[in-house]
Design a protein around this ligand. Structure first.
Ligand code: NAD
Ligand code: MG
Length: 397
């Protein structure tokens, strides 16, 4: 088994740390070549000390300078770089085999594209890349013979439940529907009236998963499932009406595929990202991930409900963006990122998040997109429109 060289984009985040945890269990299989982060110098220094990568990239220039000083002081021979160009560089170095794309938000799109352009094994956690630029990204993957493996637990479960080598031909493979599971988040049983008053701390307190702040808020609004709907559409060539969102509060089944003969295949496991990460890292082999074996007797019960679109308007907005197509999902994504950030800073109430997104989707009309640059322009426009709403007096959320 040759050692595979890996770059981890967003190594200091929740997915990045879980990835390094799995990688550390298999030093015979993986060599860490590059790690990247935004500003978390402390965590990055620790990771450089443990994994001795050739490169560490901090997006932020000052953070890179500080890290460089620390790395030198500690006698670590890691080259410290900064900026987006360096992120793109370490995602596409010739010696790299595998790139874990685990930067959060639209910031992940450029380096993730670089990895695909360079024909790498792209382990995709950064769902925003597919939401913003699904058809362009899927084409880049195909044209450059990159291999795309989903890390999002639901999409990894769907991938595992589809026939090996599935090419998107549903009728040939007898696929009828995808059942995309959702925990329902921390406010599944909270009334709409109470949701107006929830705090960032409550929103980030997910019942089953420990994740970064942005995706935690997305789970609370159920925008996460909306983004995942769009992600599933592109990954599996599935029409929106072929994707059924299923609320499954235990998060034990990570998603299912229904076939025309009535079979429903599911992937189950404890809610721990190290399972999909290990699956994608070793694919098509299987490796130890450190995840506790599932105690099916302790789980005892699996519940299912249909989603409540009136309580979770973000889900409806995502279906709408997907139906509109073109730049609409990128507009949805940008407005959501700005709204989530504003909510986390207590600038807007929780229930203003979908309202803001809806307003931005009305102001910026969707259009066709052809290149990554088109997408980045739309992303900027939508962000500006969203910031305007936060800053202007008298907007009633
Ligand atoms: P996180 O906030 O914990 O970590 C984000 C990482 O990205 C950090 O290393 C951070 O330094 C880096 N980063 C942040 N802003 C950046 C910028 N502007 N430029 C470059 N780097 C930047 O996020 P996370 O929860 O690990 O999620 C990462 C991605 O994986 C997201 O797209 C999320 O939707 C997806 N995902 C996460 C989980 C999970 O369990 N956390 C599950 C499924 C999918
Ligand atoms: Mg998910």
């Amino acid at each position: 088994m040759p050692v595979r060289n890996i770059t981890i984009l967003g190594s200091t985040g929740s997915v990045g740390i879980s990835t390094l945890d799995v990688v550390a269990r298999h030093p015979d299989r993986y060599q860490v070549i590059a790690l990247t982060a935004n500003k978390s110098i402390g965590k990055m220094l620790e990771q450089c000390r443990t994994f001795r990568p050739l490169y560490a990239v901090m997006l932020d220039l000052d953070s890179a300078e500080n890290l460089r000083t620390e790395v030198n002081k500690n006698g670590i021979e890691t080259e410290v770089l900064s900026g987006v160009k360096s992120l793109e560089k370490v995602a596409s170095l010739p010696e790299i085999d595998v790139v874990m794309a685990a930067i959060v938000g639209a910031a992940g799109i450029r380096p993730t594209f670089s990895a695909a352009l360079a024909g790498k094994y792209v382990l995709l956690a950064n769902k925003e890349t597919l939401v913003m630029a699904g058809h362009i990204f899927m084409n880049v993957v195909k044209e450059n013979h990159a291999t795309l493996l989903p890390i999002d637990s639901e999409h990894n479960a769907i991938f595992q439940s589809l026939p090996r080598g599935f090419t998107g031909n549903h009728s040939k493979d007898g696929v009828r529907r995808i059942l995309l599971t959702a925990s329902g988040g921390p406010f599944r049983e909270t009334s709409l009236a109470d949701m107006k008053r929830v705090t960032p701390e409550q929103a980030c307190n997910h019942p089953n998963w420990v994740m970064g702040q942005k995706i935690s808020v997305d789970s609370a609004t159920m925008m996460n499932k909306g983004l995942e709907l769009i992600e599933a559409h592109w990954l599996f060539d599935a029409a929106p009406e072929q994707i059924q969102v299923v609320i499954h509060p235990q998060s034990i089944i990570h998603s299912m595929v229904e076939y025309i003969d009535g079979s429903v295949l599911a992937q189950l496991g404890n809610p721990d990202m190290r399972t999909p990460i290990a699956h994608a890292l070793a694919y098509p082999d299987r490796i130890e991930s450190g995840v506790e074996p599932l105690d099916i007797f302790k789980v005892a019960q699996l519940d299912f409900e249909s989603p409540d679109f009136s309580k979770f308007p973000c889900l409806r907005l995502a279906y709408k963006a997907l139906a509109l197509g073109g730049s609409a999902p990128a507009i949805l994504n940008a407005a959501n990122e700005v709204a989530v950030e504003a909510f986390l800073k207590s600038q807007i109430p929780f229930t203003a998040i979908p309202k803001m997104i809806e307003q931005v989707m009305e102001v910026i009309k969707p259009k066709d997109i052809f290149t990554l640059e088109d997408i980045l322009i739309v992303d900027n426009l939508a962000r500006e429109a969203a910031y305007e709403r936060i800053n202007s007096e008298g907007i009633d959320f």
